[in-house]
Design a protein around this ligand. Structure first.
Ligand code: NAX
Length: 328
């Protein structure tokens, strides 16, 4: 039987997240062991030497699924016919840079990515924006790619979900696979809302296993600030965990979500069942039939603590949208 080939693009391919992500993709962790891969690696012209080195290492792994590797700095060329795009490339926040400066600098990158995807990619392409500030970058990208369905754009909030799951598993002394029902609402920033109110550990509710005071006070803040804690400890931002979450996030769209479960993705808020304003890329509980599409899971009630925090994260996303209005 002839194996299917998927064209997969990764931007920022010379950077630290990509250095984990590319190898996980090529071993077959996103589309499984029956799907061959045509890999497209994009970075800035100055990084082409690094890309050449990464390509050599990928060849040296002799991955059976990796059919071909293309790399370079021209997004239109590299996005030709792509089925799936991981948009990791972005500028890091420099010293003295305000959030608005970062939004403006990276916003320009995502205009270019959106336009190139619009012209060159498969009209069914699934896009995962990782580069920060990822929700608003994703919005810019989507608005600059009118030929691609708006539902095909996601921003990475799976890392926040995985961080929450890992933390709770450690606290409860159980395997992370037993922690179900985590959702992170809103923005991938310190205003994100890690919602512990629907979580089950095994068959028990979370509050039967973990003290409620710890959940409200420590859990929320630890998840919100985990990115900075990693930077402080490692001297560099999260990379392998971000790559792992990117694999999980894309694979979730192509795997049927088990009954009664969901995964977090930041997606377009139009028509959401929670009354969040339209036109935002917002973290929601989602489920998929495994065909690349998703729906937002409705009817998860919010208590007062959660709804207050959701108002704050929504406000931040509305402010970010105002700051980049000229790019939309
Ligand atoms: P690195 O600085 O290691 O790599 C970024 C790469 O992007 C560099 O090779 C750079 O040359 C390239 N690049 C810059 N502009 C580009 C453009 N216009 N086209 C193509 N490539 C371009 O950063 P890394 O640690 O890999 O992080 C990448 C992005 O992920 C950052 O914006 C970071 O903030 C973000 N993250 C997002 C996370 C999430 O959960 N959403 C978590 C991890 C990470 O913080």
């Amino acid at each position: 039987m002839k194996k299917m080939v998927k064209k997969i693009a990764v931007t920022g391919a010379g950077g630290q997240i990509a250095y984990s992500l590319l190898f996980r993709i090529c071993v077959g962790e996103v589309f499984g062991k029956e799907t061959k891969i045509s890999l497209r690696m994009l970075d800035l012209p100055a990084a082409e030497g690094i890309l050449a080195g990464v390509a050599m290492e990928l060849e040296d792994c002799a991955f059976p699924l990796l059919e071909e590797i293309h790399f370079g700095s021209n997004p239109e060329e590299l996005f030709e016919g792509v089925d799936c795009a991981f948009l990791v490339g972005a500028k890091p926040r420099g010293v003295g840079m305000e959030r608005s400066d970062l939004l403006s600098e990276n916003g320009k990158i995502f205009i270019e990515m959106g336009r190139a995807l619009n012209l060159a990619a498969s009209k069914d392409v699934k896009v995962l924006v990782v580069g920060n500030p990822c929700n608003t970058n994703c919005l810019i990208c989507m608005e600059n790619a009118p030929a691609i369905p708006r539902k095909n754009f996601h921003a990475l909030m799976r890392l926040d979900e995985n961080r929450a799951r890992g933390l709770l598993a450690k606290k409860a002394g159980v395997n992370p696979s037993l922690v179900k029902g985590v959702v992170i609402w809103g923005n991938h920033s310190t205003t994100q809302v890690p919602d512990y109110t629907h979580i089950l550990i095994g068959k028990k509710s979370l509050e039967e296993v973990i003290d409620a005071h710890w959940l409200q006070e420590e859990f929320t803040e630890t998840v919100q600030k985990r990115g900075s804690a990693v930077i402080k400890a490692r001297g560099k931002s999260s990379a392998a965990s971000a790559a792992s979450a990117s694999v999980d996030a894309m694979r979730a769209l192509f795997t049927p979500t088990p009954s009664g479960e969901w995964f977090t993705s930041a997606v377009l808020s139009d028509d959401n069942p929670y009354g969040i304003e339209k036109g935002l890329i917002f973290g929601f509980p989602c489920r998929s039939r495994g065909d690349g599409e998703y729906e937002i899971v409705p009817n998860l009630p919010w208590n007062y603590f959660i709804s207050e925090k959701i108002a704050v994260t929504q406000k931040e996303l509305l402010e970010e949208r105002e700051m980049v209005r000229q790019y939309l």
